[in-house]
Design a protein around this ligand. Sequence first.
Ligand code: T4K
Length: 400
Amino acid sequence: MSAALNPIARLAAFGGRPRFDRALHVGRPNMGDRGRYLGYINGMLDRGILTNYGPLVRELETRLAESLGVRHAVSVCNGTMALELGVRALGMKGEVIMPAFTFVATAHALQWQEIKPVFVDIDPRTCTIDPERVERAITPRTTGIVGVHLWGRACDTEALADIARRRGLRLMYDAAHAFGCSHGGRLIGGFGDCEVFSLHATKVLHAGEGGVIATNDDHLAERVRYMQNFGFQGQDNVVFLGLNGKMSEACAAMGLCNLDSVEEFIAANRSRHERYRGGLAGIPGVVFLEYPAEERNNYQYLIVELEQGDFGLSRDQVYRLLQAENVLSRRYFFPGCHRMEPYRSLYAYPEYRVPVTEALCGRVLALPTGPQMGEDDVDGVCELFRFFHEQAPAIRAALG
Ligand code: T4K
């Protein structure tokens, strides 16, 4: 197979025609039934209710709360806003402990409110925040912990709940990647004080833009609801400092339409995951990120780690070679929040404090997956990896 590929890939690796004639993206939106979507939109236009907690937003919230098995699913305009509202409604301030290895929105949601994000390392087995490091990072100024269920793999919720209870801290989860994932047989959504989902276009369930705060705490849900609507309780009564964090009806229409099809998206993701696993098996230096077999996952992210010594090329070399082949992989989440502004300038985080994060940041690649990818596409990406490995000395020499 790789012999047949060789002429094309060799040319591409050195500036010829790419292996794929269209770009393969990470994060192409999953799309539900177009007719159903247009039905929701037509209903919205007929009613003339475009926002301010309309019927589509209400229906989405009800269905999400049912799907997640929680009492409240409060919709907002995006996942970052959901994080900010959660942090604020929980009364976090001072310092909050979170992993350095996440999308930067998790950190921004804290810093935007002048809370210091205290970055700690991750557990290499799960790539989620390491509870032992959390315990060691607590100071008198610490008010909370934000865990991130990275790529849908759950945090050690038991250990974190224990720390939060013993030390009197609030506990929130960034579950942006984790819709439809479980932990200990329980769906993610009901852990901690609240869990926050992103419904961004790149997520397994999306509304174009959107976010959700899931909680079983009636009081917290009420606070978040008021805060995301300028602090209004009723028509004239403002009870909190608030802002405009509302989800629009058009976004809710997209969310409802996709919720109808989310199990199909997950099934498609899973079949690509299995195909990649087979196609990449046995290539030295390619470590395939597995999801625990006993838990549910949405398989929205297809992650590999590259060990340069065994593979023969660095992650960054492979990233660029793939780009030349029209495979637009992503280095999620390079280089780690601690190395981004404003954190790099504001706080000093010597590398040794997050060594697992540092190592992973240099090795990780997210590959295109999902319904956009045919089986041939997956096979083609795997062939490229095999070819890059086999030709690594020649490629290294050519790249200089
Ligand atoms: N917490 C975590 C752990 C997160 O990962 C995120 C977001 C958040 C919080 C915040 O949630 P939101 O506020 O976003 O709801 C993307 C997404 O913008 C972001 O939502 C996501 N995580 C992050 C992991 O990835 P970029 O800058 O990498 O996205 P971008 O625009 O390059 O899109 C990725 C690819 O998707 C593109 O190559 C093309 C494709 N794409 C994208 C969009 C938006 C499409 O084909 N169509 C589209 O409409 O951040």
